[in-house]
Design a protein around this ligand. Sequence first.
Ligand code: FPP
Length: 225
Amino acid sequence: MNRPRHIAIIMDGNGRWAQQRGWKRIKGHEKGAEVVRHITTYCANHPEIEVLTLYAFSTENWKRPKMEVEFLMKLLDNWLQKELPTYQKENVRFEVIGDISRFNKALQERIAYTKEMTKNNTKLTQVLALNYGGRDEIVRACRRACASGEEISEESFEKFMDSQLGDVDMLIRTGGEKRISNFLLWRIAYAELFFTDTLWPDFTPAELAELIEEFRSRHRRFGGI
Ligand code: FPP
């Protein structure tokens, strides 16, 4: 039976969800952040899920209007502050992949603090991909690997990545588009892909549970027969 050890989600559709209601796009991001909490809590209480990786800000998202980028940064900062009790209560370790050196100092410190405070939590690792691009992560890993002077193999390469998370089992994209958008390229080599039309602010633990059921019934061959 397939086990959903590592679930990764491209959380798409916040802007459209808000616009459908005649609201500003940022309202969709606010609602989206609440959904992050519900889905994280569900995963933390699921006996088989160990890692939940969420695409929160891509290397391409800097192209958005300055006001939306600033809002997302502020939302993340406030959210990390507010959610720390949830991480502790649900026994969730917080981790980040991506190059956060471009974020302001206060946000970088908040991220470091949240990582430090949750580092001994064991039920789930929640990974936020921040200023993240799959190609960028591979290039940065190659630089570290070259600098180490070590012989590189497929198995040893992961240790040069931003974080050692293991392969993705399920990759889910909400919001109707059928693209990978430069997410986790190295780790999705054998991931099962799921695309749902549900916009991220409407995504629920019940829908995730349905996708996990579908995942269980898929035949994963990993290149074999
Ligand atoms: C994509 O929707 C979503 C993002 C680029 C940001 C994801 C952010 C959140 C879910 C909220 C903040 C998260 C945390 C952890 C605090 P979109 O804006 O591209 O939607 P659209 O395709 O409808 O325009």
